[in-house]
Design a protein around this ligand. Structure first.
Ligand code: HEM
Length: 404
């Protein structure tokens, strides 16, 4: 039990309730308005949704650690249900070597190497989906046809795993991201398959899985050179299974949903396709795919003039910070011409997303292929969310595309 805070604002709402997960915006506004640091009795945790405080907390890795877990569970007192991530759930010095290896492998060199291939796959996918002559309308579900289809093809190919069994990737990551939240119905729904999915992934983190060239093989080569240990290598590979696909899928789904409901922004992108990269970052700011992560205080830590006591969990609302009017003019407006840099959708500081360059490349390739072929995009039915304790995800985004 966390020490009951005396002078802090209290917000008596459950951020993991279905209503909040379906539409986090009213909760996010209430949290920001309540104060810079707020106590949430629903889960006995501290929380902040203001940009300045979330940013400062992400920077303060010394006072707010990741090693006791970035979910609600506190690994100082609870046993983890799986072995911990050597990146996301590690503090320095343990975090240093795996981070260095992955940052090297996923950095600008890999992006240059993959660009031509990923462009080709995007063009092929779009041509197959939209074969008709100019002026015809095509209806499809943007989640299945694009947001899932594209990352599920290019990223596992780059990792170096066989095509067979890839349908396990999204449910695995879906469960993992749900499990950062409380043990609610969403976790219970995924629990029956958790062991089977984890075993499938673990079997694909071994040295034997990988031939030459892909990220999996390159991680094992780094172990052979002594840059990480043989015990760390499979967990570095696992971090790509955990964080490399589902996040991009739902960032893309959210972005396509944003464009379908903002036809003027699609017209803007069509007029200037070079805005694709900035549009992606604006999409991540506006509808942050990763909504929250926790930290654990490693001593008494000051946030927003108040104290998070040693051992307490602090819930950081990245999505709320990305719409904080104290930081962003017209935060609720989706505007691909704004400068979205500094958004916290990829985190910040030591643990800032190490795969963000690859995510940007994926979305840029797909969006560029799409905008060349689609003159107008509009909803073709109500979009349906898939609830997840961490990820703002989508089951279905039906759209109508006018080929041009
Ligand atoms: C870390 C978001 C794509 C791999 C993070 C963090 C966020 C994030 C918020 C910080 C976690 C923290 O501070 O505790 C996203 C989003 C993505 C995306 C929104 C897509 C739009 C990717 C991809 C990869 C990846 C494509 C792999 C290629 C990782 C890893 C970490 C991480 C390994 C842990 C880094 C560390 O702890 O040093 N991501 N991510 N992510 N991400 Fe991503």
């Amino acid at each position: 039990m966390t020490r009951e805070p005396r002078s802090l604002p209290v917000l008596d709402l459950d951020p993991f309730g279905h209503d909040v997960l379906t539409d986090p915006l009213p909760f996010d506004a209430a949290l920001r308005d309540a104060g810079p640091l707020v106590y949430l009795p629903a889960h006995d945790v501290y929380a902040t949704g203001r940009y300045a405080e979330v940013h400062a907390a992400l920077r303060n890795w010394q006072g707010l650690g990741s090693g006791a877990g970035v979910g609600l569970s506190n690994f100082r007192t609870e046993k983890p249900w799986r072995s911990l991530s050597v990146l996301l759930e590690a503090d320095p010095p343990h975090h240093d070597a795996p981070r260095r290896v992955l940052a090297g492998l996923l950095g600008p060199g890999a992006q240059r190497r993959l660009r031509a291939e990923w462009t080709g796959v995007a063009e092929e996918l779009v041509d197959r989906l939209l074969p008709g002559p100019d002026g015809t309308d095509v209806e499809f579900d943007a989640v299945a046809a694009l947001a899932e289809a594209y990352p599920l093809r290019v990223f596992p190919d780059a990792l170096g795993i066989p095509r067979e069994g890839r349908e396990h990737l999204l449910p695995f990551s879906d469960f993992l991201l749900n499990a950062f939240g409380p043990r609610n119905d969403l976790v219970a729904a995924g629990a029956p398959r958790a062991r089977e999915l984890s075993a499938w992934v673990s079997a694909r983190c071994t040295r034997e899985t990988y031939g030459g060239g892909g990220f999996g093989a390159l991680i094992w080569e780094a172990a052979d050179r002594g840059e990480i240990t043989p015990a760390q290598a499979p967990l570095v590979v696992r971090s790509l299974f955990a964080a490399g696909v589902n996040t991009t899928v739902h960032a893309l789904a959210g972005l396509l949903q944003a464009f379908a409901t903002h036809p003027g922004q699609w017209a803007r992108l069509r007029a200037e396709p070079a805005l694709a990269r900035a549009a992606f970052d604006e999409g991540v700011r506006w509808a942050s795919p990763v909504q929250t992560f926790f930290r654990t205080a490693t001593g008494d830590v000051r946030i927003g003039g108040a104290v998070v006591p040693d051992g307490a969990k602090l819930l950081l609302f990245l999505g709320a910070a990305n719409r904080d009017p104290r930081r962003w003019p017209d935060p609720d407006t989706f505007d691909i011409t704004r400068d979205p840099s500094g958004h916290l959708g990829f985190g910040f500081g030591l643990h800032q997303c190490v795969g963000q360059g690859l995510a940007r490349l994926e979305v840029e390739c797909l969006l560029t292929a799409l905008v060349r072929r689609v003159g107008a995009l509009e909803p073709a039915g109500p979009a349906r969310r898939r609830l997840n304790n961490t990820l703002r995800s989508w089951d279905s985004v039906p759209v109508r595309a006018r080929i041009a």
